[in-house]
Design a binder for this molecule. Structure first.
Ligand code: NAP
Length: 493
């Protein structure tokens, strides 16, 4: 389907919003500057959106600050109802939102609609959790005292999100923030702002009051600096690269803001000799090639025991060969384009480095004949720890295979990184599955399973993969302050 025809349909459905949202008003950049949003599969311009900066961000912060008092003073039931209505609207527009995701991000339409379901699930889950923000009563150490703990919203939240999940990375933050009574200023990636804007339009339709949810996009450092400098912003929540996360953490120190960081990974996927081969192939394929390898939990190193290495390499390569590459709107496609040219160049340089150091291309290893930013699904054998492929996130459809002998060696290879987000193991030995899970320095572990993300479980990394957790009941804590209250003189009659 042509980009133009699709955008016309989305426009008539009211879901092609091309302005920022400040205090409930759709707003252009104050100097009129715009940036183009491109379809990565075709290079066509999907839309122009405002290139905003510090001034617009400061106004968005003021709006969020003004809205905080009334939003946080609604009852939990009222906030829950608003979120539930938003969830219903997201689900009833999942086809259009999926189309927007495919248009600006490139993932296959079926996968994009899957992201809408996943993204919306955070709004549903936190609509329910809004009613469960329990405090505590602590046994007093003095007879005339009563000790209580209240949980209260942090305040205005700045939420900065990446392009690889244009909806879900936003809802995973905004769902709990709004449920707790916080208000937000969202900064989506300039590469994929349209899904965020459509979701914001549906939030307005859901009756979420003006100013509770604001969206600015454009000059990332200017917007980031305004959020960091403002003493009205009490929390920064960020998903993206470790490099930018470190800058934000440093910047947040100036006003001592709370910080949650969901950063890059370098996920090991360990396949033991005793694994079920079919389960291991299916699971590692899903863990590696989802979103064309552009997720933070994508298996970045397939660490395979020597007894199963050859059989696995053959079966896995066969499965990878069957992955159909193309425009995400074409029937049967499961691998879309990479997000842009620099992403392809990064993949090429990692593969080149591995080949120059002795790795073997078992499948693919080059740009796809479709051109643009399409890259062939690739399997590289005999990858070693000195190669960049095993040390940094490739963020593309390249599966590096590494060989190991013993369980201890596998754990040591897996933990030999600054990252600590997701890890996967495939084994039929239950004792080993526990032992290795406990030894892995990671925030998430999939055992005999490659797709593990869900709204009901805590998502987040250790080491330099981040701070804090998103999703699940633990995700609420990121947006709540504890207030200890001591009631004295309680024995007076
Ligand atoms: P990125 O370059 O760090 O960008 C993420 C967001 O930060 C974008 O909105 C970007 O804006 C913004 N940004 C960039 N520089 C900034 C600055 N100086 N101040 C404030 N904001 C700034 O990361 P990405 O390339 O979009 O995403 C890929 C990375 O995200 C990978 O490392 C991946 O592992 C990680 N990721 C982690 C998780 C997780 O849950 N742990 C989930 C998904 C992705 P612009 O795009 O407009 O420049």
């Amino acid at each position: 389907m042509k980009t133009e025809g699709l955008t016309a349909r989305l426009n008539s459905a009211g879901l092609l919003r091309t302005q920022g949202l400040i205090g409930g008003k759709w707003t252009d950049a104050y100097d009129g500057k715009t940036i183009q949003v491109l379809n990565p599969a075709t290079g066509e311009v999907v839309a122009d959106v405002p290139c905003m900066g510090g001034k617009e961000t400061n106004d968005a912060i003021s709006s969020a600050h003004d809205a905080f008092y009334s939003w946080s003073n609604l009852t939990c039931t009222e906030r829950s109802k608003h979120l539930r209505t938003w969830y219903n609207l997201l689900i009833s527009h999942k086809e259009e939102l999926g189309q927007l995701i495919t248009l600006e991000q490139g993932k296959p339409l079926k996968e994009a609609i899957g992201e809408v379901n996943y993204g919306a699930s955070f709004i549903e889950f936190f609509a329910e959790e809004a009613k469960r923000v329990y405090g505590d009563i602590i046994p007093a150490t003095l007879g005339d005292r009563r000790l209580l703990v209240l949980k209260q919203p942090v305040g205005v939240v700045g939420a900065i999100t990446p392009w690889n999940f244009p909806l879900a990375m936003i809802t995973r933050k905004v769902g709990p923030a709004l449920a707790c009574g916080c208000t937000v200023v969202i900064k989506p990636s300039e590469l994929t702002p349209l899904t965020a804007l459509a979701a914001a339009e549906l939030a307005l339709q859901a009756g979420i009051p003006p100013g509770v949810l604001n969206v600015v996009m454009g000059n990332a450092p200017d917007i980031g600096n305004a959020l960091l400098a403002s003493s009205q912003v009490r929390k920064i929540t960020f998903t993206g690269s470790t490099a930018v996360g470190k800058k934000l953490m440093e910047g947040a120190a100036g006003t001592v803001k709370r910080v949650s960081l969901e950063l890059g990974g370098n996920a090991p996927c360990i396949i033991f000799d005793d694994a079920d081969l079919d389960v291991a192939v299916k699971g590692s394929l899903a863990a590696k090639f989802r979103n064309s390898g552009q997720t933070c939990v994508c298996a970045n190193r397939l660490i395979v025991q020597e007894g199963i290495y050859d059989k696995f390499a053959e079966a896995f390569s066969k499965a990878v060969q069957n992955l159909q590459v193309g425009d995400g709107f074409s029937e049967g496609v499961v691998q879309g384009p990479l997000i842009n040219e620099s992403a392809v160049q990064k993949v090429e340089s990692f593969v080149q480095d591995a080949i120059s150091k002795g790795a073997k291309v078992l499948l693919g290893g080059k740009r796809h004949s479709l051109g643009m930013t399409f890259y062939e699904p690739t399997v590289i054998g005999d990858v070693k720890s000195e190669m960049i492929l095993s040390r940094e996130e490739v963020f593309g459809p390249v599966a590096p295979l590494m060989r190991f002998k013993t369980e201890e060696e596998a754990i040591s290879i897996a933990n030999n990184t600054n990252a600590g987000l997701a890890a996967y193991i495939f084994t039929n030995n239950i004792q080993r599955s526990w032992r290795v899970t406990e030894a892995l320095e990671y925030g998430l572990v999939g055992v005999n399973e490659g797709l593990i993300s869900t709204e009901v479980a805590p998502f987040g990394g250790v080491k330099q993969s981040g701070i804090g957790r998103e999703g699940s009941k633990y995700g609420m804590d990121e947006y709540l302050e504890l207030k200890y209250v001591c009631l004295g003189d309680m024995n007076r009659k």
